[in-house]
Design a protein around this ligand. Structure first.
Ligand SMILES: Nc1ncnc2c1ncn2[C@@H]1O[C@H](COP(=O)(O)OP(=O)(O)OP(=O)(O)O)[C@@H](O)[C@H]1O
Ligand SMILES: [Mg+2]
Ligand SMILES: [Mg+2]
Length: 480
């Protein structure tokens, strides 16, 4: 035991004293021995030891990434969560601000029924338990675009909890096998959005726009069940389609109606989860996937080089393609949660609890909202497979590409050709071409009617398949 040292090492969020002998393996006072999980390397010191002194045995040093998302969804509503001020994207700064939104003393919150209904419908669509009683809390922090100094949210008892979201990914070596996966939903809470800070670098000043202050948000908190950037992006895309089908949010990421905070950690399979970092405010699926994958790689490299992961908040620099530290989270952020004194508990009803003399305008009835749920993307896909005999993976593509399902259905309506032939042309010819040209479906130079006509000619054997391809090439050239 020539070079033994007592070092402070980290295990998850805790610190402990451990012996490091000769840089090979650490021992702690409570758990010793070569097979102890704790000793096998949660800490950065242990990683360093294993890497410098011993060559890892095959398969011993695999890392697993763990990703949990917090998704902020702007509710589609004409007015804000607690005030009558209008909600509108890109209105002139500070033109949509009520006294309450600006936190003038003496103003009180009045809960927006539409936002509550949107939360219940979203919760039902995501297989959540809807709490018939939920509570509002104040979450305090200082930021110049938060005039009250706190955000009203649902910390203790949210409106919905314990749901799940199902999504499908391509797996296998050739990525040809579609697998259905599930991510658990911890909770959905109603909360206020903050205002916006506009930094004017020329004059070294920050301007505040309170139009967004108080807009109703749903925070959808996912359990840490995802494993990489691509999977996270697919799950968020599925959620986005569900919200759009419900009409509870337009969920347009470019307009900030859906923003994601990605929590990322790495650990060795079978060992406790690692320390997480949180990459804030990702507003595109591409950046979400990139930020997560970058962060996973950064953490692995950091740990393998003997460093440690701090529980910190980071942001994604999309120009450089990397994440950068914003602030250390651990210990510093105490939100001093307290019950919101100006809002009573939010009570919802269902058939079993609805009082006989209840005024339907004054109560929110969960069963009534369940009956109003529209067809959700998973059901639409199943219907398409059944109705048209197309492959399940084709039904995914039809829904994923904005406007493609409508295009496909318009062609179907106007042609005698078999749906299977239509789907082949829509996916392999039209979509392939649009992707090459970087065009949206709505920008397609070929209309559904033109494609239907072409497929009719093909169907009636008036033209051969190679002639149809020629017509296609000519048609798109003549229009572009
Ligand atoms: N070890 C971990 N690795 C990756 N993600 C994790 C890990 N532990 C928790 N998470 C994820 O972190 C998120 C925690 O979100 P939550 O809203 O509960 O708390 P918060 O981030 O501390 O608070 P805030 O809302 O202020 O950001 C969840 O999405 C959860 O799945
Ligand atoms: Mg959160
Ligand atoms: Mg968070």
């Amino acid at each position: 035991m020539a070079a033994s040292m007592l070092r402070l090492v980290r295990s998850g969020r805790r610190w402990a004293l451990a012996w490091i002998d000769g840089g090979s393996r650490e021992r702690s006072g409570t758990q010793t021995g070569p097979t102890s999980n704790w000793a096998r390397g949660q800490s950065s010191v242990a990683q360093l030891s294993l890497h410098t002194a011993q060559k890892p045995r095959k398969g011993e040093h695999k890392w697993a990434a763990v990703v949990g998302l917090e998704i902020h969804v702007q509710i589609s509503s004409n007015s804000k969560l607690f005030s009558g001020a209008q909600v509108c994207f890109a209105a002139p700064p500070n033109s949509l601000v009520s006294f309450f939104d600006a936190s003038l003393p003496g103003t009180l919150p009045v809960l927006n029924r539409r936002c509550v209904e949107a939360a219940v419908m979203t919760g039902l669509a995501l297989n959540c338990h809807i709490n018939k009683k939920s509570l509002f809390d104040r979450k305090h922090y200082f930021y110049s675009d938060l005039p009250a100094g706190y955000q009203i949210t649902q910390q203790r008892l949210p409106i919905a909890a314990n749901g799940h979201l199902t999504y499908s990914v391509y797996m296998g070596k050739k990525r040809s096998q579609m697998t259905t996966k599930t991510v658990r939903i911890k909770q959905i809470q109603l909360e206020q959005d903050s205002g916006k800070s506009l930094h004017d670098d020329l004059r070294s000043q920050t301007l505040i726009d309170l139009n967004r202050a108080g807009v109703g948000l749903l925070e959808v908190v996912l359990e840490p069940d995802l494993c990489c950037g691509e999977e996270a992006a697919i799950a968020v895309r599925e959620l986005q389609m569900i919200l759009q089908a419900l009409g509870t949010s337009q969920a347009n990421m470019a307009e900030g109606q859906l923003r994601v905070d990605a929590n990322v950690s790495v650990h060795h399979p079978g060992e406790p989860l690692g320390v997480r970092t949180e990459v804030k405010n990702l507003n595109s699926l591409r950046f979400l996937a990139k930020a997560i994958d970058y962060e996973i790689q950064r953490q692995i490299t950091e740990l393998e080089n003997g460093g440690e992961i701090l529980n910190e908040t980071r942001s994604f620099d999309y120009k450089l393609g990397c994440t950068v530290s914003m602030r250390d989270k651990e210990g510093k952020q105490d939100y001093r949660f307290m019950p919101e004194p100006n809002l009573p508990p939010l009570v919802l009803y269902d058939a079993t609890s609805l009082p006989a003399d209840a005024d339907s305008q004054q109560v929110v009835n969960i069963d009534q909202l369940r009956d109003m749920l529209p067809e959700l993307p998973s059901a639409t896909r199943e219907r398409l497979v059944q109705q048209y005999g197309i492959l399940p993976e084709h039904s995914f593509t039809l829904l994923n590409e904005v406007g493609l399902l409508e295009f496909f259905q318009s062609v179907i309506k106007e042609t005698r050709a078999e749906p299977k032939r239509v789907i082949n042309w829509v996916l392999n010819t039209l979509l392939y071409y649009l992707k090459q040209q970087n065009l949206a479906v709505s920008e397609s130079p070929v209309t559904p009617a033109a494609l239907a006509e072409l497929l009719d000619l093909l169907d009636s054997k008036a033209i051969s398949s190679s002639a149809a391809k020629q017509v296609w090439r000519y048609r798109k050239k003549s229009i572009v």
